[in-house]
Design a protein around this ligand. Structure first.
Ligand SMILES: [Zn+2]
Length: 687
């Protein structure tokens, strides 16, 4: 993945009326604002590229692009995401206002947006949407009633904070089969380490979290003393679950997440919790194959459910139902939620304007309906063809690269080539659009739309169990400014949203385009062979296809990257957790090398392109500046602290400087000298 995915549905929601007024200059657009693929104004030519290349390529950008008040961080990707959203706003505004002549999917997206924008109606309902959930929780007479209630809450809220999350995924051992997955979850803070770290800042955040839970219970009508007790109860339970949760580094090891068992095995983990009742309420009776990603976590859940008073479980459920719903409730709940999760935790100053939150929600719940509108206006067949051409060149580069490796045996090379040949390229948008006909969208029922959208998606995921795998499915929507590799599908995916200027710029020369988009394609391709991806074979099965000697040689090379990034500081005294970022760091370096190789091929066929300097930069320099300029960013210290725990990507500065120090081509392009900061004394190279 090129950037951190934020797929939590409610994270984008929430909105105070004042914020909407503060942004009256905001307007929807019908054409894209153009930013060139290599932006000389984004550079800082006073910086020495051999001392700090990131400053040289991005210094101007950082200076000219302060973080907007409604953002936790700001970046080239973030800015393009906002441009896309503004464009989608124009589309949705049209579909919401002009109601005649709309297709069925246009009706759904237009009415969803209209309902979401109706803040008056949302304000008038207050906390009323919680009542139906609370009635179910209150009606529980014993822990025996928990499974059915929990299943209904899981379907309606699609939130992993409710003890655990349950869904479907490909079987790690047999990628053609989709089986049920019982995953971890149950926490409100961003990571299990948020509960376990003992430094002063972490303790302060925990205290503020407990205060926030208390404030939420006060909004629900509890007295201050009651609310404090409720908050302490929630925190104790979550801390116990956090202690039983795997670390993010451990979760990068697929073997640690693969525990296939039958219904009896699952039942044995949590003796007091009737899984038959849970599955029946989910509409999935009779399932007998499960992957329990974290058995230790489920054993702890079993202990909590058996040993706790029912009142504690009810308090915990009320909290998480409210937390998950808060951004869709009236402004008092929304504001309290924003104050902790955005302001305190991420340093965000202001709530996002309503339109932005609503565009994000339409994209989350009706993404392929909205995506059709986006693609028909903003993604031409010619652009798709060009992206495919570049992808094939990058794949050919990888083929040559594998052949040339001196540390890999012939046997492993053959397997690697087989895997590379099998990778499916998905560009722009899916061949077949999702069918939303069973999702009922009403123009006057915002929260009902959200709930029915969650239900639609949960049922869609569960319906895959036991059915033939749909290899055409996409995991991102077309307007998304991001890309991914899926090791079980063995496919690389580039949504239309990521193939726009300044990332891919049709008007630019090849050098920056191969540096930027070529680098992204190479990045995703390298994920197939990073420390995680390399454990899956050509068919997407978790199966070791490496000789012992080659695996050892890979690990040694990867360790060079781990040691390199471990020295970089994220914020204050916090350094990169380079075991967490290893896969992304390996993919970044591989991507740049493959982008370079593909560009060499391209230049050989079009030598006139490489001729002379432009903007005072040689073609080679333009390649590197083009590459760096995808990663320009500004970040808030609060957000950096969270990212250091949760984000598998290194900060932008090191996604640039950490690569070029390893590239002899860079040293040559900028005539850097050994001993300068951008020339590593000992270079790392994996692929
Ligand atoms: Zn990645």
């Amino acid at each position: 993945m090129r950037q951190l995915a934020r797929i939590v549905l409610t994270a984008g929601l929430a909105g105070a009326i004042s914020a909407a007024f503060a942004q009256t200059a905001d307007q929807p657009v019908t054409t894209f604002p153009y930013t060139p693929g290599l932006d000389v104004n984004a550079m800082d030519r006073s910086a020495d590229p051999c001392v700090d290349f990131y400053q040289f390529a991005c210094g101007g950008w950082m200076k000219n692009n302060p973080i907007p008040a409604d953002q936790a961080r700001w970046s080239v990707y973030g800015k393009l995401t906002q441009d896309n959203q503004r464009y989608l706003w124009g589309i949705l505004d049209g579909l919401a206002t002009k109601t005649e002549g709309r297709s069925v999917t246009q009706q759904k997206t237009g009415d969803y947006f209209a309902a979401c924008m109706d803040e008056k109606a949302i304000e008038a309902r207050g906390a009323a949407p919680l009542q139906a959930y609370f009635e179910q929780i209150d009606a529980m007479r014993s822990v025996r009633d928990l499974p059915a209630v929990l299943a209904r809450l899981h379907l309606a809220l699609a939130d992993e904070g409710l003890f655990f999350s349950f869904g479907s995924s490909q079987d790690f051992g047999n990628s053609t089969q989709v089986i049920a997955f019982a995953n971890g979850g149950g926490l409100g803070l961003p990571d299990r380490d948020s509960y376990l770290k003992t430094d002063a800042k972490s303790v302060e955040i925990r205290n503020k979290y407990v205060a926030h839970i208390g404030n939420t219970f006060i909004l629900l009508g509890q007295s201050k003393a009651e609310a404090q007790r409720s908050a302490a109860t929630v925190m104790r339970l979550e801390t116990a679950l956090a202690k039983a949760t795997l670390s993010r580094v451990d979760k990068r090891d697929p073997y640690k997440l693969y525990h296939k068992m039958n219904a009896r095995g699952l039942q044995a983990l949590t003796p007091g919790f009737d899984w038959n009742a849970y599955l029946a309420a989910l509409g999935e009776s009779g399932l007998n194959t499960f992957n329990v990603t974290e058995p230790k976590f489920y054993r702890e859940l079993g202990r909590q459910w058996a040993g706790r008073d029912l009142a504690i479980i009810k308090t915990y459920l009320r909290w998480h139902v409210t937390r998950a719903s808060a951004p869709a409730l009236s402004s008092n709940f929304d504001k309290e939620h924003f104050d902790f999760f955005s302001r305190t935790l991420r340093g965000v100053k202001e709530q996002k304007p309503r339109w932005k939150r609503c565009v994000t929600l339409v994209d989350a719940q009706l993404g392929e309906a909205l995506g059709q509108e986006f693609v028909s206006r903003a993604f031409s067949p010619a652009l798709k063809e060009k992206a495919l051409h570049m992808t094939k060149q990058v794949e050919e580069a990888m083929q040559k690269d594998i052949d040339s490796l001196d540390w890999m045996s012939k046997a492993t090379k053959e397997r690697a080539q087989e895997k590379l040949k099998t990778i499916v390229n998905k560009i722009g948008y899916p061949d077949q659009w999702r069918d939303y006909s069973s999702y009922d969208v009403k123009r006057d029922d915002f929260i009902g739309n959200v709930e029915r959208g969650n239900l639609f998606e949960a049922r869609r995921q569960l319906a895959k169990i036991g059915k033939p795998l749909d290899r055409k499915e996409w995991g991102m929507t077309p307007p998304t400014v991001n890309a991914y590799y899926n090791p079980q599908m063995n496919d690389i995916n580039f949504p239309a949203g990521v193939l726009q200027p300044p990332l891919y710029d049709d008007k630019m020369d090849d050098a920056p385009n191969y540096g930027n988009t070529g680098g992204t394609i190479g990045h995703e391709l390298t994920h197939a062979f990073d420390d995680e991806g390399r454990q899956f074979d050509a068919q997407g099965n978790l199966k070791d296809w490496w000789t012992k000697k080659d695996a050892k040689a890979f690990t040694e090379r990867a360790q060079c990257i781990v040691d390199q990034y471990a020295k970089y500081v994220v914020v204050d005294d916090i350094k990169i957790n380079s075991k967490l970022t290893l896969g992304e760091d390996v993919a970044d370096l591989g991507g740049l090398i493959l982008g370079w190789m593909a560009w060499q091929t391209q230049m050989a066929s079009m030598p006139q392109q490489a001729a002379g300097p432009r903007d005072g930069l040689t073609p080679e320099q333009r390649f590197f500046v083009g590459n760096a300029q995808w990663a320009c960013e500004n970040d808030r210290p609060e957000n950096l602290r969270v990212s250091a725990m949760t984000d598998p990507h290194s900060p932008g500065k090191y996604r640039v400087n950490g690569l070029v120090v390893n590239m002899p081509q860079f040293e040559k392009a900028f005539a850097c000298k050994p001993g300068q900061p951008m020339v590593a004394p000992k270079r790392c190279r994996v692929w």
